[in-house]
Design a protein around this ligand. Structure first.
Ligand code: TRP
Length: 331
């Protein structure tokens, strides 16, 4: 079975865009692949050296991924810092990673500009840590977005270099896994396109949002003055509401409002009320699970321990073979 690895940055709550993006990929892949999903808490120190609540952020991500349907029995779900083998492989990869290739990485250059007062070595070697995450399990596939392609390219370089330097066909060269066209893109509510937390306030609907908040956000979404001629083309803002409705509501509901739009009888307030209720209903079971899980420290501890054990089994084997290949011997 093909091995899949993906890291999750512990940054804030999941929104509907995340749910229909990366997360829906994970949910499918855990059925068909041998999956390792981990929360990248080491990586977070490259940008947040003293995070105010490292544990709290990690817990939140753990809770939300579980609530959304990651099955810790099927997939291996673990915390990056629970797997010291990753740190060891990172050290070894760094011995054969060159300043020049690391300095050329776009994300490094961007972050170095953004945090000029803290251009730390972890930032520069972010790609070697990410490569270690991936090849510690000898992964074949990595489900990541376009912004991670360059990191993955370097992962392949490091894997190939290791194999060549030690004359051993040891690490597979992992490739990006992209569901591409199958992915549903969720637009934001401010009419600007993408749903994201860095966009304006109210642009994103979070899985953990209360029904009251969801209703407020939807009711405030941008619209226009309304159609005045039959079958008039939609403005971007209205098209966005329909596009959200297509993912959240029944086809009959979408048709009903489309007909009203085309007949110029639509009242956006009614559409928004319906859309808000459908989003509330869709997210309700996830939100309930989030609250349950957040209060269940015992279960979370069990999941994290089990994840670390399963990850350790895979990583421990790799690292002892790597030590052997490089030439470390016990006296
Ligand atoms: N760099 C990834 C991101 O910013 C997170 C990550 C860390 C990752 N290690 C990984 C993703 C290994 C895939 C595989 O989203």
């Amino acid at each position: 079975m093909e091995i899949v690895v993906s890291g999750i940055r512990p940054t804030g709550n999941l929104h509907l865009g995340n749910y229909f993006g990366a997360l829906s990929n994970f949910l499918k892949m855990q059925q068909t692949h041998h999956c390792f999903f981990f929360i990248a808490d080491y990586h977070s120190l490259t940008t947040h050296p003293t995070p105010s609540d490292l544990h709290g952020n990690v817990k939140q991500v753990l809770v939300e991924y579980l609530a959304a349907g990651i099955d810790p029995e099927k997939a291996t779900l673990y915390i990056q810092s629970d797997l010291p083998e990753t740190a060891e492989l990172y050290l070894l990869l760094n011995m054969n990673a060159y300043m020049g290739e690391l300095e050329r990485v776009t994300t490094f250059k961007e972050k170095a500009r953004k945090q000029a007062e803290n251009v730390n070595a972890g930032l520069l070697t972010y790609p070697s840590l990410m490569a270690a995450d991936i090849i510690i399990h000898k992964a074949h596939k990595v489900p990541v977005g376009k912004d991670q392609e360059q990191h993955l390219e370097l992962t392949r370089t490091f894997a190939r270099r290791f194999n060549r330097m030690y004359n051993h066909e040891f690490f597979p060269e992992p490739t990006a896994f992209n569901f591409g066209a199958e992915l549903i893109k969720i637009p934001g509510l401010d009419g600007s396109g993408k749903m994201g937390k860095s966009e304006g306030e109210g642009n994103a609907i979070f899985l953990a949002d209360d029904p009251k908040i969801i209703r407020k956000k939807v009711m405030r979404a941008v619209t226009d003055a309304g159609p005045t001629t039959p079958n008039q083309p939609m403005t971007e803002a209205v098209a966005i509401l329909f596009s959200l409705m297509r993912t959240m509501s029944k086809p009959e509901t979408v048709d009903h409002f489309l007909n009203e739009y085309n007949a110029c009888t639509i009242r956006y307030g009614d559409l928004k009320k319906q859309l808000a209720e459908d989003i509330v209903n869709f997210t309700a079971p996830i939100r309930e699970r989030i609250h349950e899980l957040a209060a269940d420290e015992k279960y979370l501890s069990k999941v994290a321990t089990m994840g670390a054990e399963k990850a350790h089994e895979s990583a421990g084997k790799t690292i002892s073979e790597v030590r052997e290949i490089i030439g470390f011997r016990k006296f």
